[in-house]
Ligand binder design. Structure first.
Ligand code: COA
Length: 161
């Protein structure tokens, strides 16, 4: 059976930074499951269904084996249920490290069967975050360089009423 990577996150909304990580993960793993979390500990702007549909509408490279899904509860349990081998996370800067390190260790304690692997975010995307996208749009700016068109439109609709 092929190697399955789970890429979890809140994706509220997906940015080119996440897309870069997903595309690079597809080159390493046979399948990448992008898993939108119900329980990310944050209030979200978009519903899980909206966040999933933004990811599904991305113009993914031909042949890329990507599944978009949502999960509730503990990540490690979801990974085992999906018969995943690895959790993939992107590292943008040193500031991500402490949080990611803690999360990887907790997940390993919860299940020794689940490994976490980190991919370095591309240098063009290392400063992106979903929060800053919301801020740019709500202040009237353009996020064209940071998120796909359909995501920018959805942000505009939601934030500029
Ligand atoms: N490019 C651009 N932005 C990125 C990025 C990248 N490569 N990687 C992360 N980000 C941004 C996200 O957009 C997000 O921005 P925001 O805070 O402004 O919204 C932020 O960095 C971090 O978010 P994300 O990577 O989506 O992780 P998260 O912290 O939202 O999600 C979960 C973490 C969902 C994986 C975690 O909460 C989880 O596993 N929950 C399930 C419950 C569980 O098992 N808990 C125990 C494990 S600790």
């Amino acid at each position: 059976m092929g190697k399955i990577a789970i890429y979890p996150g809140s994706f509220d909304p997906i940015t080119y930074g996440h897309i870069d990580i997903i595309e690079r993960a597809t080159k390493v793993f046979d399948k990448v499951v992008v898993a939108v979390a119900y329980d990310s500990g944050k209030d979200s702007l978009f519903s899980v269904e909206e966040r999933k549909s933004f990811i599904e509408k991305v113009d993914w490279p031909k042949g890329a084996n990507i599944e978009v899904d949502a999960f509730q509860g503990l990540l490690v349990e979801y990974v085992l249920k999906k018969k995943g081998n690895v959790v993939v996370r992107g590292l943008r800067a040193l500031s991500d490290f402490e949080y990611e390190f803690q999360m990887a260790l907790i997940n390993r304690k919860l299940s020794e069967k689940v490994e976490t692997m980190f991919l370095m975010a591309g240098e063009n995307f290392s400063y992106l975050s979903s929060r800053t996208m919301k801020e740019i749009i709500s202040l009237g700016g353009s996020a064209e360089a940071f998120v796909p068109k359909h995501v920018e439109e959805a942000l505009r609709k939601k934030l500029r009423k």
